[in-house]
Design a protein around this ligand. Structure first.
Ligand code: HT9
Ligand code: FE2
Length: 302
C-alpha cells in the first residue's frame, strides 16, 4: 500500500524504575538550562510513582493497537518503537531496523503538533541517529496530525462525558505543555492548540466558555514561557466564581507523567482546596480511532 517497509513509533521515553530517574532527567535536560531545583522537584514526581513513568507502557499498548489495526486492514508492515530519552533508544531501534533489512520507514511521533519540542526536535533526533548509524534506513516523519478527527474526537467524547458529570456552569480548561516564548515555531504550536481547543469546545458544548492554559513549565524563573499556568488559572477562575472545571489535556496524546502528576495530583489538589469540582478528560491513548491514525496517514502519504 505504500513505498514504506516499516512504521516507527517515535516517543519521548521515561524511567522504568527509581535508578533510572536521574539519568533520564539528565538526558532530557542536557544543554537546556533547567535549574537543578526543578530537576529535583520533578524527580520527586517520578518517585511518587515508584520511579516508573507511565509513558513506556502507553507506548507498548499503542504499538499493540497499531499492529492490531494493521492486521485488521491487511497492512503488512512491522512496527518498531524508539525513544529520544530512554530505552529503547532510537539509535538502537534504527540499528535493529537496519539489521532486519528495513530500507524506508515512516515515523509516527507521539506528539500531534507543529513547533520545536513537538515536531522539529523529533526531526533532529531522526537526523542525528541517521548520521550515527552507518547505512541507516530512510525515515520520513508522518505529518503533524493535530487537526485530524482521529486525534480530536476522543477529546470531544471525553469532554462531553466530563461535563455531564459536573455541576452546571463548568468551565472547559484546555491545557498543553508550556514552552519558552523564544522557542522556534512557538506561534505555529499555539495556533494549532487554539484550533484544537475551539473544535473540541464547539463539538462538545457549543457556546460554552473555554480557556487554553499551560502546564509543566520548567525554565529559570526570569525566562518567559507560555502562560497562564493552570494552577494560577484555577485560582483566578475561583475568584470569578467558577466552581467546576473540565480539564482537557489537548497538548498530549497519552496519560503520561505530565498528566498524571501535574494535572491529577497538583492541579486536582489545588482545585479541591479551592472547592472547585474537577474532572480530567483522558487523552487519546489507545482509543481505537487514534490507533487507526498511523494507517490513515500512511494511506495519505502513498
Ligand atoms: C511541548 C512539550 C511536550 C509535548 C510534546 C511531546 O509529548 O513530545 C513535552 C512532553 C513530555 N515531557 C516529558 C518530560 C519532561 N519534559 C521536560 C522538560 C521540557 N519539556 C518541554 C516541552 C514539552 N515536553 C520543554 C520545553 C522542556 C524544557 C527542556 C527542553 O527544552 O527540552 C523535563 C525536564 C524536567 C522538567 O519538567 O522541568 C521532563 C522530565 C515527557 C515524559 C513524561 C513521562 O515521563 O511520562 C513528555 C511526554
Ligand atoms: Fe517535557
Amino acid at each position: 500500500m505504500t513505498s514504506y517497509d516499516a512504521l516507527l513509533l517515535l516517543s519521548f521515553g521515561g524511567p522504568e524504575g527509581p535508578d533510572d530517574v536521574i539519568p533520564f532527567l539528565e538526558n532530557v535536560t542536557r544543554g537546556r538550562n533547567i535549574p537543578r531545583e526543578r530537576l529535583e522537584e520533578v524527580g520527586e514526581h517520578y518517585y511518587l510513582f515508584g520511579g516508573v513513568s507511565p509513558i513506556n507502557q502507553l507506548c507498548r499498548d499503542l504499538k499493540a493497537a497499531i499492529e492490531a489495526d494493521f492486521a485488521a486492514h491487511g497492512v503488512d508492515l512491522p512496527v518498531y518503537w524508539g525513544n529520544r530519552n530512554w530505552t529503547p533508544y532510537l539509535a538502537d531501534t534504527v540499528r535493529q531496523m537496519k539489521a532486519d533489512g528495513i530500507r524506508r520507514a515512516a515515523a509516527f511521533v507521539t506528539s500531534a503538533y507543529s513547533g520545536y519540542s513537538t515536531n522539529d526536535q523529533y526531526l533532529e533526533d531522526i537526523a542525528r541517529v541517521r548520521e550515527e548509524v552507518e547505512d541507516a534506513p530512510e525515515i520520513d516523519k508522518l505529518p503533524v496530525y493535530s487537526g485530524r478527527p482521529e486525534f480530536v474526537e476522543p477529546f470531544v467524547d471525553g469532554t462531553k462525558e466530563a461535563l455531564s458529570r459536573l455541576p452546571e456552569g463548568a468551565r472547559i480548561v484546555f491545557t498543553a505543555h508550556s514552552v519558552p516564548l523564544s522557542q522556534p515555531n512557538r506561534e505555529k504550536y499555539v495556533a494549532e492548540l487554539e484550533e484544537v481547543a475551539r473544535t473540541v469546545a464547539q463539538k462538545a458544548a457549543p457556546g460554552a466558555p473555554w480557556d487554553l492554559v499551560y502546564q509543566s513549565r520548567s525554565g529559570p524563573p526570569g525566562q518567559p514561557w507560555l502562560e497562564p499556568q493552570i494552577t494560577d488559572h484555577l485560582t483566578k477562575l475561583h475568584g470569578e466564581g467558577v466552581r467546576a472545571v473540565a480539564v482537557v489535556p489537548i497538548g498530549f496524546v497519552s496519560d503520561h507523567m505530565e498528566v498524571k502528576y501535574d494535572l491529577d495530583v497538583e492541579a486536582a489538589d489545588l482545585a479541591a482546596e479551592l472547592g472547585i469540582a474537577f474532572a480530567r478528560v483522558a487523552t487519546p491513548g489507545t482509543d481505537p480511532r487514534f490507533a487507526t491514525l498511523p494507517r490513515r496517514l500512511l494511506e495519505d502519504a502513498r
